[in-house]
Write a protein that binds this ligand. Sequence first.
Ligand code: 8OZ
Length: 375
Amino acid sequence: MKNLFEPCQAGALQLASRIVMAPLTRNRAPNAMPNALMAEYYAQRANPATGAGLIITEATAISHQGQGYADVPGIWSTEQVNAWQAITQGVHAKGGKIVMQLWHVGRISHTSLQPGGQAPVAPSAITAKSKTVLIVDGVPSFVPTSEPRALRLDELPGIVDDYRKAARNAIAAGFDGVEVHAANGYLIDQFLRADSNHRTDAYGGNIENRARLLKEVMSAVCEEIGAGRCGIRISPVTPANDASDAAPQALFEHVTQFLGTLALAYVHVIEGSTGAARDYQQGDHAFDYKAMKAAYQKAGGKGAWMLNNGYERDLADQALQADADLIAFGKSFIANPDLGARLKQNGPYNTPDRATFYGGKEAGYTDYPTLAKAH
Ligand code: 8OZ
């Protein structure tokens, strides 16, 4: 019987529990720079006895071009690498582990966030029916994403190289590893899905071609820092950020079959619609997650299987008995810095305040009470 509170080996990562803090965009990094307030937030959640066995950072841009939201952090400059060190040191001082989520948003961006005010880049010049966050007059506001331009074939090696350098930078900043963000309708997911990828070259068309960028990025990152320190996040059926594909089952079985050939730390699966109630088993969201995992294992995949989306204690226990090794908690980690301690006694839980998810300072970020403080 697996349980949340026992150690788990995920590739080269020795984790003190099966409780993971999911990546959470919080828009509190002006100028794409990590800062002291962020260090406090992560340190509050880092002790595995009361918090997470593994923290995954908020999505972090691998390049200026990879940025799509106001005040999200980056990992492309020396200054950023140095600033992240305070965060990794703070987490390690509490006995915790932390990996960085590597992010290129592709078309989910706005010209005002791009180098030189240029168009965002994407597999094809198709505008997403989606919004991004800008700070307008000091207030976070949702605006439609800009029309992207299609990446030229000769630009793709540079994108793969940006992921490679970002992974190298993450290790230099003291991270235990990286997670490649291939979910939620961002660049890699845009390549995967037929509705956002109309390319006619080696990166578009059939499944193998649409998965090519993902494969090249994963191979590069694994080669750079060792596969045992690398994870990946996928979201087979999410409609987030206008992600859309008529045949996700075949697509994602192809993807996990490839992932099974790498000796990854873990595969992180968002079930259903990102951030929504647990609706993945309903109607047109029918997706055979077990078959996807079987494809991974058949190909030799031994890395931990991490599940996410709306988990609470009972569902997490059930998932661990079924097929999960790790459970990633998102919104509940926003509101409960000591979520591990609260899961152990199954409550009480603070309620997350949506109004403070994106942007702002301490309020709704570092000021949620712990059990120790509430009593
Ligand atoms: C919420 C707001 C902005 C970005 C994702 C990185 O969906 C995100 C994100 C979530 O993966």
